[in-house]
Ligand binder design. Structure first.
Ligand SMILES: NC(=O)c1ccc[n+]([C@@H]2O[C@H](COP(=O)([O-])OP(=O)(O)OC[C@H]3O[C@@H](n4cnc5c(N)ncnc54)[C@H](OP(=O)(O)O)[C@@H]3O)[C@@H](O)[C@H]2O)c1
Length: 340
């Protein structure tokens, strides 16, 4: 184990919110989306993250149909008061077709999902409860109204929204304070900077940056989803990781590699430091949640919370996102960008 210093802290959702590490841990890949993992190593990773001051743990009921929540339950039980536990509702993998997603924001569904997540996680309250995806058939005010009832009932402490647009966030925030907005944000995915990030700055929510390592691509650990990743891996369906796009996008890592080499750090650390610094430019508080099931990587990622890039280094990295080929999802309709 390395002597990685603890990550600094911030407050979730503003000055009165709970204190959390400025980097969280994405737990999705421990059970879902990115191929097989070693459960023992994943459990050790949860523990190591906490030792490093990583206290926001991110899951969702959609991750392996609740299995990811169940996987986390023993860790949560052992550390209930030391961690901030976030989960989500609204998204289900279609049982008939694993590539299809069903999105529901109707009140009965939200209430049932919350009870199911509480049971699977083995807790009596969820610290941060997100709407995972927006169902455009339900007004956002109605969705947040039901989420606010969960707060009033003591089942949820704070509310979050994932993949919402700026106007949706403002409308939601008028109904109940929104502590966190979870959106994809990385050197490869910057579409939220136009409309979402300014609204986050305005409302004072914390921006929880998901896939800050570009789903691993920014670390250089794979260059082509078809060649390097296993059959069921979700990334094999993402346009930017396949075919000619992947080949082109790999070349975009050159400046990341250059900065990493000069600073004696890894590509992933440069990518994580970039998210922290980009947030400062926009005046938002950010908590990236890189996902990993390996202790060595959680140490590496946590260390990036102390890396400060220079203005020249940031300038070198600036053009990357504009040159990426292929969308961040095959179907962008379910993202904030798809509704802007
Ligand atoms: N709200 C949403 O719609 C949404 C969507 C996607 C994800 N999320 C959340 O965000 C979290 C993070 O996103 P993500 O997992 O999609 O993407 P990510 O954090 O950008 O990348 C994760 C991938 O990078 C690898 N990795 C992690 N650290 C590494 C390192 N230091 N060196 C090399 N490879 C490394 C991981 O593999 P190993 O595990 O093998 O280390 C994994 O394959 C998820 O776990 C989930 O909780 C939310």
């Amino acid at each position: 184990m390395t002597n990685t210093p603890r990550v600094p802290t911030t407050r979730l959702g503003g000055p009165t919110g709970p204190e959390i590490g400025v980097q969280g841990l994405g737990c999705m890949g421990m059970s879902f989306a990115y191929g097989p993992t070693d459960a023992g190593e994943a459990r050790a990773t949860l523990e190591r993250a906490l030792e490093l001051g990583v206290t926001l743990y991110d899951t969702a009921d959609a991750y392996a149909n609740g299995e990811n929540e169940e996987f986390l339950a023993p860790f949560v039980a052992a550390h209930r008061d030391e961690i901030t536990l976030a989960t989500k509702f609204a998204l289900t993998v279609d049982p008939e077709d694993s590539t299809r997603r069903i999105i529901r924001n109707d009140p009965a569904h939200i209430r049932a999902c919350a009870d199911d997540s509480l049971r699977r996680l083995g807790v009596d309250v969820i610290d941060l409860y997100y709407m995972h995806r927006r169902d455009v058939n339900v007004p956002i005010e109605e969705t947040v109204g039901v989420m606010a009832e969960l707060v009033a009932a003591g089942k949820v402490k704070q509310l979050g929204l994932s993949e919402v647009t700026g106007p949706e966030l403002r409308a939601a925030h008028a109904v109940h304070p929104i502590a966190a907005v979870q959106s994809e944000w990385s050197l490869f995915s910057r579409d939220i900077e136009a409309g979402v990030v300014p609204a986050v700055a305005e409302t004072g929510a914390t921006l929880v940056a998901y896939s800050p390592l570009g789903r691993g691509f920014l670390t250089g650990s794979f260059t082509s989803a078809e060649k390097d990743l296993t059959e069921g891996d979700f990334r094999r369906r993402q346009p930017r990781f396949t075919g000619d796009n992947a080949q082109h996008n790999t070349t975009l890592l050159d400046p990341v590699r250059e900065v990493a080499r000069a600073r004696g750090v890894t590509l992933g650390q440069v990518a994580l430091a970039w998210v922290q610094q980009r947030a400062r430019v926009h005046g938002v508080s950010v908590v990236p949640i890189p996902g990993t099931s390996r202790r060595t990587r959680v140490e590496e990622n946590a260390a990036a919370a102390h890396l400060l890039l220079s203005a020249d280094e940031l300038a070198l990295l600036e053009p990357i996102a504009g040159q990426v080929r292929g969308g961040r999802y095959a179907d962008m309709a379910f993202t904030s960008a798809g509704r802007e």
